[in-house]
Write a protein that binds this ligand. Structure first.
Ligand code: SF4
Length: 332
């Protein structure tokens, strides 16, 4: 029997690479002075993508310190970027790091979902120059997103000096927040893979250990939460799918966080998975259980996509049943 795994046809837009944090495994950040995007540039980059099958625009930004006098301008830029994304009919999903409650509330009005990796809920050496990675701050973001009814993506980053207990505790914190608010739509299990720009000399996270983690996460997290494995950071996807991974995340443009690891092309991935009896199907950046949560300014674009028969021949409504998580039990 053919089983299904989802992905989001997406494009990543970076409003700025400037970031005041210095995570030592980072392959993304640039110093103060890095360029900020304008609405004209956003339009110029995205207009050619209309009608190509891209649905999600992942707005992924570096962070300006909350006490920096430019914080307000930075935040206005994020709002403008999302407004331009929406005006072109795409669905924005923003991850811009730590936000104030009112910033999160304002950004939610122009996003169909949002995200923030918890990474690890233990303070680690790799984060010692990254104030935004203070565990309590990130946990608070998860709770604020729930209180604001924002369909939310989060996840763990593994292989950055944590112990397995730390990762499990992080997953328990995610599950506890979800039990309270019901807002977690997917959890990314992201393995550290060294990149050429990072200063930290950490090793890649072992693939076998990541498969084991999928089994553990599947047992810990509610069944409606999708488990996501980045396909460009592992060699063989099938063991992950058999362990309970249900989604491959946004595919279709450069992985700006891991620029040394190219995304596979969706049609290559489709062929490759088909030979192993898995069908790759597109999804929206918001999951069916949260369609009604999407804010009024974004609903028209969402409704348009829900009626779209899509390049793949069937609508998302028809795919709805297939998008439910499927997994096999771990072998004893
Ligand atoms: S990982 Fe994110 S928060 Fe850390 S330095 Fe890089 S861009 Fe900034």
């Amino acid at each position: 029997m053919t089983k299904t795994v989802t992905y989001s046809p997406s494009f990543t837009l970076v409003p700025t690479y400037e970031c005041f944090n210095r995570c030592s495994y980072c392959n993304f950040r640039q110093d103060y002075g890095a360029a900020w995007i304008t609405p004209e540039e956003t339009y110029k980059i995205l207009k050619p993508l209309v009608g190509t099958g891209v649905i999600e625009i992942l707005v992924l930004s570096g962070e300006v310190h909350p006490q920096d006098s430019r914080r307000r301008a930075w935040f206005e830029m994020l709002l403008e970027t999302c407004t331009t994304v929406l005006s072109l009919g795409f669905l924005p999903h923003t991850n811009a790091g730590i936000l104030t409650y009112s910033e999160m509330q304002a950004l939610a009005q122009v996003n169909c979902s949002m995200g923030l990796m918890l990474e690890q809920m233990t303070l680690l050496d790799v984060h010692k120059h990254a104030p935004s990675k203070i565990p309590e701050l990130r946990e608070q973001q998860l709770h604020w997103a729930g209180a604001l009814r924002i369909p939310f993506t989060t996840g763990v980053l593994v292989g950055i000096g944590e112990r397995l207990e730390d990762t499990l505790q992080t997953l328990e914190i995610i599950q506890a927040a979800h039990q309270k608010y019901g807002h977690i739509q997917e959890v990314i299990l992201q393995p550290h893979q060294p990149g050429s720009q990072q200063v930290w000399a950490g090793k890649p996270f072992q693939e076998k250990d990541l498969v084991d983690l999928v089994y553990l996460a599947r047992a810990l997290l509610s069944s409606e939460i999708a488990l996501q494995i980045p396909p460009n950071l592992v060699r063989d996807l099938v063991p992950f799918l058999e362990a309970g991974a249900t989604d491959l995340g946004g595919i279709g443009s450069v992985d700006v966080v891991n620029p040394n690891y190219d995304h596979p092309l969706p049609h290559h991935l489709t062929e490759q998975l088909r030979t192993k009896q898995w069908e790759l199907i597109p999804r929206l950046p918001v999951y069916p259980q949260h369609y009604a949560w999407v804010k009024p300014r974004v609903q028209p674009a969402l409704q348009k996509w829900l009626k779209n028969p899509i390049i793949f021949g069937r609508s998302f409504e028809e795919n709805r049943e297939n998008c439910l998580p499927q997994w096999t039990e771990p072998s004893q």
